[in-house]
Design a protein around this ligand. Structure first.
Ligand SMILES: *Cc1c(COP(=O)(O)O)cnc(C)c1O
Length: 361
């Protein structure tokens, strides 16, 4: 089989077992004579897949009973607008910690709806670190605080989520969902586009405290209403059935290999291998981010000049190491090492980094 190691930031690598299972079942799902993606989303067969995925999310992330688990099309970007449309008004305010490109986009959308306030901005420091909790002065009257737990482009990650006291914390976990447990004492809502750590693109996983769902506006178009999605078990309209199916398969895979404890072990091992390769390169590879804010999902680094970086990307590609170019807005290199990236993939990359440095360093 000609599988390569795909370090793309998203859509991104999926467990090969998941792809194989899907391809085995694609044409004729469980001897039903048709594909799951050709079936009614109101039928029994689809419902098992759909409800099964929701049950697995609850189990793996230990989601308490007073939270709703919802699937919504439109990815994380729709959530940037949908959250303020549901929870913010022209005369109420929300706090934003702008740690990078993605938190900034959420802020920009919220600003159209209500009084969005930046309480910390890493732009002047080129988004190289996560602030400490005492750098954040929350507004008492904020209806929520928005953070992005892992900045996919800038390669920084909250090591611990902040405690925002009585103000609901809303977290964009698109690129580190299912890579770490969630402290439900701190988090009132999270959302994540599925194409980083769960499934193909086409959907966001939303987990939201029931009390917050209760506060969400109801005088807005139906699709934007969290209460409708929650009350209809994410079947208010036709869900993206293929993406839900793949989410189900990925969660089964995750559970089978040992759940979050095993994922965390692999995650830390992979991240340590890459950061060690950078730190031990005598300055040939350099990390632009602060050590205590380093992402375990998206590892970014630079090389002495852009020409070398391009050569690195091209040579790596030839050896089956794909998707290593940094985001166009920041340049450099980036290796996305999501849950599905095997340890061997990172091992192969690190060996390539050593060889490249010996040859061109
Ligand atoms: C990819 C990403 C998004 C955007 O997700 P879409 O599904 O493309 O809308 C938002 N936030 C973070 C942290 C991301 O990594």
């Amino acid at each position: 089989m000609g599988r390569i190691f795909n370090f793309s930031a998203g859509p991104s690598i999926l467990p090969v077992e998941v792809l194989e299972e899907a391809s085995r079942q694609l044409v004729d799902y469980n001897n039903s004579g048709m594909s799951l993606i050709e079936m009614s989303h109101r039928g029994k067969i689809y419902d098992e897949v759909h409800s099964g995925a929701i049950v697995l999310v609850r189990e793996i992330l230990q989601v308490p009973d007073d939270y709703e688990i919802i699937f919504i099309q439109g990815g994380a970007t729709l959530q940037f607008g949908m959250v303020p449309m549901a929870l913010l008004t022209a005369d109420s305010s929300a706090d934003f910690v702008v740690t990078g490109t993605w938190a900034k986009k959420a802020y920009q959308d919220a600003r159209l709806i209500g009084n969005a306030q930046i309480i910390w901005d890493g732009a002047d420091e080129k988004y190289r670190r996560i602030p400490s909790i005492d750098e954040l002065s929350l507004h008492d009257d904020a209806v929520y605080v928005h953070i992005c737990s892992n900045e996919t482009i800038d390669g920084i990650q909250w090591q611990q989520l902040p405690d925002t006291g009585g103000i609901p914390l809303i977290v964009d976990m698109s690129s580190d969902i299912m890579s770490r447990p969630v402290d439900w004492n701190k988090v009132s809502m999270l959302f994540a586009g599925t194409q980083k750590n769960l499934a193909p693109a086409g959907m966001a996983l939303v987990i939201m405290k029931k009390s917050l769902v209760g506060k969400a506006r109801k005088d807005i178009p139906a699709y934007l209403r969290y209460d409708l999605h929650a009350n209809e078990n994410s079947l208010y309209n036709t869900p993206p059935t293929f993406t839900v199916w793949m989410t189900n398969l990925t969660l089964h895979w995750l559970k089978r290999i040992g759940g979050l404890p095993e994922i965390e072990k692999r995650r830390d091992r992979k991240a340590a291998m890459l950061y060690d390769a950078i730190d031990n390169s005598g300055g040939y590879y350099t990390s632009p981010v602060d050590k205590n804010s380093r992402s375990t999902m998206n590892v970014v680094w630079h090389m002495p000049d852009e020409q070398l970086e391009n050569k690195f990307v091209n040579d790596a590609e030839k050896e089956g190491l794909s998707g290593l170019k940094g985001h166009r807005s920041v340049g450099g290199l980036r290796a996305s090492i999501y849950n599905a990236m095997p340890v061997e993939g990172v091992q192969t990359l690190v060996e390539f980094m050593h060889r490249f440095m010996e040859k061109h360093g």
